[in-house]
Unconditional design. Structure first.
Length: 374
């Protein structure tokens, strides 16, 4: 079968021929990969700034945002059968007996750092025609989501972040009375999204759906299709080229939640300064090598203490966030069908993948269609 791999030693990215994987454990399923999304993490891996091949191997098959079809199931598989659509999760647990997170199936909270991530860290990914893995890492997807389900993995990032933010926003304020507040946890609150990439746009959809007055702030100027998508979902777009962070905060009022989805340290540092009272700042970006910036930790500490602020980092996602993201994406698709579909800029052949990853301008989310590879 064909697979796209990076070779850090020789700094190459190429399509390789590999043997099809076979089921070797009773709880495993064999998957035919349908779609694989390209994201910033793939670009960093292909720039050799991130990512690690499996131990003892010279290459890493990349790809972690995927949609697949089950083609075979081992005898101990109970939930899935051939023909089912699934989105596999990314992270696999460490083997330390005392890692409470991994031992309870929550490897996104792994304490040891010895987790593996498919397509990223010490485990081959999904840019391949076939993959074998354990049923427990599969998230079943309704068949009518075939065209958009590749967006589920990037949405899990926002989903996990918002699940945690909603928990804090509803339990922390002593005056919060669920009987009096609406069912939307963001109603009456203001959110700011940094960035108009897929994680930012999906995050904005989640925030608007949760009832937040949502601003999206990025450097792009109109006309720009990404800005049109922001407007189409009822969020307000502001360009950093026309309004400073301070003026933005003056206009938006108390920023209750800032959702950082660009992974740019200088941008995040400026945004931290405008986080509102009792606000939560969520970081989702994983920056690569970046220029050093000047920072004012004393101001940060003063603000965090005097304004009861929370700085929340969130990585990866577990089973609950995948299930919730599948529901949310369905909801977004019902509310804004054309906008959700427009997030997928195009489907391309595996032969075009490395060029797209290395920078050929394409749509918002470029997808490699592996089912056309054979
Ligand atoms: C992936 C996460 C992963 C993170 C760090 C992101 O692009 O979506 O699953 O944990 O990179 O490796």
């Amino acid at each position: 079968m064909k697979a796209l791999a990076v070779f850090p030693g020789s700094r190459e990215i190429k399509l390789v021929d590999m043997n099809d994987p076979d089921i070797s454990e009773p709880d495993q399923v064999k998957l035919q990969i349908l779609d694989v999304g390209i994201c910033g993490t793939d670009k960093e891996i292909c720039a050799f700034e991130y990512g690690t091949p499996p131990v003892g191997e010279d290459h890493l098959v990349i790809g972690h945002e995927s949609l697949a079809r089950v083609v075979a199931a081992g005898p101990a598989v109970t939930r899935l059968q051939p023909g089912d659509l699934v989105v596999p999760s990314v992270r696999r647990p460490c083997s330390h007996p005392d890692c409470r997170a991994c031992r309870s199936g929550h490897q996104d909270y792994c304490y040891t750092g010895d987790f593996r991530e498919r397509g990223i860290k010490e485990a081959h990914g999904y840019m391949a025609e076939f993959v074998v893995d354990s049923e427990r890492y599969m998230n079943p997807v309704p068949t009518d989501m075939r065209e958009i389900a590749v967006l589920i993995e990037p949405l899990t990032i926002a989903q996990k972040a918002l699940d945690q933010a909603s928990w804090m926003m509803q339990r922390r304020p002593p005056w919060f009375d669920p009987a009096k507040e609406g069912s939307e946890f963001g109603s009456g609150l203001t959110a700011l999204v940094l960035g108009v990439g897929p994680v930012g746009l999906l995050g904005a959809m989640a925030l608007v759906s949760a009832g937040f007055t949502t601003y999206v702030y990025s450097r792009e100027l109109p006309p720009n299709p990404r800005i049109d998508l922001v407007t189409a979902i009822g969020a307000r777009y502001i360009s950093s080229q026309t309004l400073s962070f301070a003026d933005l905060a003056g206009e938006a009022g108390n920023l209750d939640l800032v959702y950082e989805a660009v992974g740019q340290s200088h941008f995040a540092a400026q945004a931290l300064r405008v986080l509102g009272t009792n606000g939560i700042f969520v970081m989702t970006g994983v920056p690569g090598l970046q220029a050093l910036i000047e920072a004012d930790p004393a101001r940060l500490m003063r603000d965090m203490v005097l304004k009861n602020q929370i700085l929340l980092g969130t990585v990866n996602a577990g089973t609950e966030a995948f299930a919730a993201a599948i529901d949310s994406l369905n909801g977004f698709h019902r509310a804004w069908p054309e906008t959700v579909e427009a997030l997928i800029g195009g489907r391309y052949l595996p032969e075009e993948a490395s060029e797209l990853i290395l920078g050929r301008p394409a749509g918002i989310k470029s997808v490699i269609a592996f089912d056309s590879a054979a």
